[in-house]
Design a protein around this ligand. Structure first.
Ligand SMILES: [Zn+2]
Length: 144
């Protein structure tokens, strides 16, 4: 059972309405809004990933964008803004599969939240992907 569309929509609205102060930190108001939807652990974990600059926005020469979040054991690929699907975002980590897709316990994993917040706060590490890089990374990803 996946989370209800209304809840996801609400979460989207909250993230889109977050505001930062002059030093790019979330305002207290924004943090309160976040806490009304997500658990403390999830928020802290996501903010921690952003603090450590672990969210990378990679764009290809033809304008495709994907996000990579460096986890403790692996790099997870995050897709945001998937058009017209039941889930507006996707992450390749096991937690997303288990707690979001299978049991519907969470709205998103920490990687998706971190990515959404990093985009909102303008704190993604940006990289342009060359075709060479793409070829290497795809062959690594599917090697084993
Ligand atoms: Zn994840």
């Amino acid at each position: 059972m996946i989370p209800s569309a209304e809840l996801l929509h609400l979460a989207d609205n909250v993230i889109d309405s977050l505001e930062t102060d002059s030093s790019q930190y979330l305002t207290e108001d924004s943090l309160l809004k976040l806490h009304s939807i997500f658990s403390d652990t999830l928020i802290l974990a996501a903010l921690d990933l952003i603090d450590q600059r672990k969210v990378t926005e990679s764009s290809t020469p033809w304008g495709f964008v994907e996000y990579e979040v460096l986890g403790s054991t692996a790099t997870h690929i995050v897709y945001i803004g998937l058009p017209k699907t039941l889930m507006p975002s996707y992450c390749s980590c096991p937690a997303f599969n288990l707690t979001v897709l299978e049991t519907g316990q969470s709205l998103m994993c920490k990687h998706v939240l971190a990515t959404r917040l990093a985009i909102r706060l303008g704190l993604c590490v940006k990289q342009q992907i060359s075709l060479d890089y793409l070829a290497t990374s795809i062959s690594q990803r599917y090697r084993g």
